[in-house]
Ligand binder design. Sequence first.
Ligand code: ADP
Ligand code: MG
Length: 731
Amino acid sequence: MEMKGEKKIPAKKTALKPPPKAVSSGPKEKSKSLLPPSADFAHLSSTQRLWLQKLEIHDRRDLLFYLPRRHEDRTRSLELDGSRIGQSLVVRGVVQQSKSAWWRGGRGVFEVAILLNPETITEPLTSDLLKRRLLRCRWYGMPFLKKSLCQGRELILYGKLFKDKEGLLMTHPEFEILDSSEDSTIHLNRLTPIYPLTEGVPQRGIRALLYREIMEKPIEVAEFYPVPEDLISLQEAIPNAHFPDDPHLLQASMRRLVYDEFFILQCVLAQRREGRKKILKERAPRKMELGKEFLAQLSFEPTKAQRRVIAEIERDLENPIPMHRLVQGDVGSGKTLIAVYAMVLAVERGQHAALMAPTEILAEQHFLNLRRWLEPLGISVGLHTSAKKKSDRSPMDSPEIQQTLFKGKGSVTVGTHALLFDSFVTEQLGLVVIDEQHKFGVMQRLTLVQKGQNPDVLVMTATPIPRTLGMTLYGDLEVSVIDELPPGRSPIVTLCRKENELPKVWAFMRKQVEEGRQAYVVYPLIDESEKVEAKAVQTEYERIIPLMAPYRVGLLHGRLKPDEKEAVMKDFRAGLIKVLVSTPVIEVGVDVPNATLMVIENAERFGLAQLHQLRGRIGRGAHKSYCALIGEAKSLEGWQRLKVMEESCDGFKIAEKDFAIRGPGNIFGTEQSGLPPLRIGDFLRDFDLLQRSRKDAGELLKSDPELKKFPQLKRQLDAIHLQRKTLATVG
Ligand code: ADP
Ligand code: MG
């Protein structure tokens, strides 16, 4: 039985680890390198202390909160039957045979045959019975397993069950070797905790240690804030989160601990919100009315949603409290316009504005657009990427023109991460806009913000977050939603196709090109290394060239030099390149309305949200657009997932389905929210707790803003604020 879903809790994340002793016992670093680490562990052997050290458990409190990543129900043995294929489950058995082999490509495979629950077999072993009782387990690239998994060993395994011609199969299951000399009440016949580990720390060893420390000693933690009555006490929750007596207690314990985690998070958010209200900035009077001019010269009418968001931003920028707004809008909803408008308002007041984008391609595109839109208004636009610095400013940037034209007016700089370096300095940075904010780390956003003095901050994202969740999660940001696409877009027709259907897809692509359209062919990031990626996409590129001749095919990947990338994009934009073969570098922002076809290869490797982002590159013009998802979906689940894309073009719906299929996971981690990472809570699964904690935290801080009655909570929050002092400024 799977108690907690597949949610992994990496050993490193420490959000829940309450840090009050940072105040009392000095920095932790000291204990890290020295044995013995803590008086709490003086009674343990040096090996055990080493394990704890590797898991970053430095004192008793860390230990109590070192929660398992899941539990296994070892109270009963499962009888396997067909209905369990495709599920993750726990089985028990004895190794009958083992063999090693070499796979094509040099990878070794080690395989064992395991007889399941041999003690319950009463009838003679017929081949039919064997089919049901024999499980083959396979590990690739782990030849050393041969030593430990020899014949006769009894194992408990956990993995996903598959079936092939030869029978039942698991690949890379987790396993534990049973050892009769150990205490079976800890490891067996119970809901057994499985802890997150690092190399050199044995599961059984750590489990036995934690059992002794937690179950055979008093739990001396005290409550430190008013906990709702229907939740169980920490005293009860801690032991039951490790070694629960039954599944209900486990669930109640986890809810209690999740509530703790959310409560602290919501206190941090509430305090931040209050803190920000205290910063007041003096707003210079407007010098001109560029905003109206800007809107008047657009070649299209802003949508209702765009107008609403524009009004919201206008209001923010009249307010003495610095703006802190998230604009969320599906791909293609027209967020750039919003950003530009906000920048124009800053310029009106003589301030400078910076727009940071995650890729050079996107920064370059914004640069071109902004120039088109802003130079007629006499606003200078600069580009600042690692490849291009000031030299590439527009001709209007010459000192003479600057002197006359831009007197008293601000300017606009577009850039990539390069804006973060010291080479980018600008006085009076009054507005910072971050495009595709989920692509940046918190510290990066912060670095840019700190180049100004309490600048207004606008962050933009297309990452679809279910709305209620967004409001709760980004509790300290104002949220604007663009919930409308510009008119005249025809919906994208999406089709899932198997690899053997590719020839038809290429033929269709050729037809589109002959009709004057353009196309993308996207290849996934196959390997973490850009080199391998570049090679795969290069091969694909070479394959496609003859199929499209005489039309020009372009290639784009992360290994190209910036000016090579730029040249390719330029030709694609100009319509000289008809088919662009690319890695997901085009995922964000790229806007070429004449492109009407996107072929995504190995589509099953992408998450749905990413597929949606990619697909957002097409359907931007008046012509009908098509997206072909090419997959060799090995599992039904994978194929179903792709099929979701056929049914919906709505980012919110897709995100929700994705969560439903994949399980929510920690999708909105630190990267996005600027908050401590969640260790055990899950924003979607535990949404009710999240909402309650938000209300409770708000009320507590209202009644006791200084937390005089709750000094321990105060210490804990102070420590978080101190640690992330600077994060208070960014979402
Ligand atoms: P995203 O929200 O994905 O950043 P963009 O800002 O790139 O979207 O806008 C997508 C395309 O729609 C661009 O070509 C842009 O010029 C165009 N666009 C934006 N707003 C409107 C509008 N109100 N009417 C028509 N086209 C628009
Ligand atoms: Mg955009």
